[in-house]
Structures are given as C-alpha cells and as structure tokens.
Design a protein around this ligand. Structure first.
Ligand SMILES: [Zn+2]
Ligand SMILES: [Zn+2]
Length: 175
C-alpha cells in the first residue's frame, strides 16, 4: 500500500510538523538484492516545514535491511542510518539560487498527494553504498574454485599466477 500525504492539509494550521510512520518494506518496490520478510517495516521519521517555495521535508531513518554481499554473496544486515532534507517545490530552481542554498531540490508534483513510499524508496537507494560489503575487508569468493575466502583458503590464485608467468614456459622446457 502506498502512503500519500496531503502536505497542504498537514501544514494548514502550523508551520511545521513531525510525523512517524512504519512503512512495510514490501511496499517500497526495492530491487531484488534487498532481502526482507513479509512483515518487515521501516520506522520513518518526518519533519515537514512550509517554505516560501514549497515544503522542506527532512527524513530520518535508522534501520537495517538484509542484503547480499557483492563479494562473498553472504546475506547480512546492511545498516541505513541517515537524515536528509529535501526541498519539494513546483518552481524550477534558478542557478543563482542553487549556489546560495545547498538544499537538495526535487520537483513537487502534487502537494495534496505526496507519495511517501517513493520518497523513502529513493532515499534508501541513494544511501546504499556503491559496493555492498558484509565487512570492509571482505575477501570474497575465489574466482577459480568458489570457496568463501573469509572462511577457507585455497591455492588457486597462486597456481594461476604461476601458469601465466613468463617462467612457466621455461619450466615446461626443463621438464
Ligand atoms: Zn562479504
Ligand atoms: Zn580457489
């Protein structure tokens, strides 16, 4: 289920507002390397602020979602802990304004129908590391025999390096 916020209505009486949500991860339409259970939810804290050009929405998330390590393919909880402020506006930013204010700006399609799921999805995606690793120094899988080099070790790489070495030809001749 997608949650739509009526920003106009929410900020009708007050200039700012804090809201808390529990968003089911399954409703975020995340790519398949994000692994979650049917009932898993993300706690989302929102701070809404009326601005002269639109709305400044600050999203804070502190959670973890299971992901597979890009190197060793093991499943592990990837931490997502961030807070980001975005100005949603119907006005196209002028270049001069952009340099003054270093606020992220996004186009606001409909202030009465703000798609919260889409916002959360995007924030999760941009806050996912380029390389998803179970630990910084993950050794990964051996490209030759496929063992997890964090757990076992093998001789494949050394053997391979020896084969492609210019001396290997000589070794063959000597045999
Ligand atoms: Zn790993
Ligand atoms: Zn190996």
């Amino acid at each position: 289920m997608v949650i739509f916020l009526n920003l106009k209505e929410e900020l009708k009486k007050e200039p700012f507002k804090e809201l808390n949500f529990e968003i089911p991860v399954k409703d975020l339409d995340l790519p398949e390397n994000y692994i979650f259970s049917e009932s898993e939810k993300i706690p989302v804290h929102l701070h809404l602020l009326k601005d002269k050009d639109g709305y400044i929405i600050t999203i804070s998330i502190d959670t973890s979602i299971n992901m597979t390590c890009d190197r060793c393919l093991v499943e592990f909880p990837q931490k997502f802990a961030f807070s980001e402020s975005v100005l949603f506006t119907k006005k196209l930013p002028k270049h001069s304004e952009l340099s003054e204010e270093e606020l992220l700006t996004e186009y606001l399609e409909d202030e009465e129908k703000f798609n919260l799921n889409e916002f959360v999805r995007e924030e999760i995606l941009v806050n996912t590391p380029m390389k998803v690793l179970c630990k910084e120094d993950c050794k990964g899988l051996c490209p030759f025999c496929g063992i997890d080099k964090n757990i076992e070790s093998c001789d494949c790489e050394r053997k391979y390096l020896r084969e492609i070495s210019p001396f290997s030809k000589l070794q063959g001749l000597l045999k």
